[in-house]
Design a protein around this ligand. Structure first.
Ligand code: FES
Length: 105
């Protein structure tokens, strides 16, 4: 089966400055953009434990911390670092072109 991939525009580079989080929707996908020490990451926006919006969480060197029950997710691989979340977030490829950020979904 052919896997259909698509690059979509997430936001402009200045919408997710270092240390910031940015959430957006594209059709039924909800995506989190995170700028961790100057590197842009894209993951699922909604926590895998319950229905919490990770863009309202906290970004640190360890990853993004869910605002509801405080699981931290690694942004490279989506893995939760502590309970209660046990399921990884999906991570997405990111590219930057002319100050615009694109995500491969
Ligand atoms: S909703 Fe995120 S850890 Fe519970």
């Amino acid at each position: 089966m052919i896997k259909l991939v698509q690059w979509i525009k997430a936001c402009n580079l200045d919408q997710v400055k270092e240390g910031q989080l940015f959430g957006f929707s594209h059709n039924d996908k909800k995506i989190l953009m995170a700028n961790q020490k100057g590197k842009i990451h894209a993951t699922d926006l909604i926590c895998t434990h319950a229905d919490a919006d990770l863009s309202t969480g906290f970004l640190s060197d360890e990853g993004v911390r869910c605002p509801l029950h405080l699981s931290v997710f690694n942004l490279e691989n989506g893995q939760p670092q502590n309970l209660p979340a046990e399921i990884p977030l999906k991570v997405y490829n990111v590219k930057i072109d002319q100050d615009e950020i694109y995500v491969e979904i």
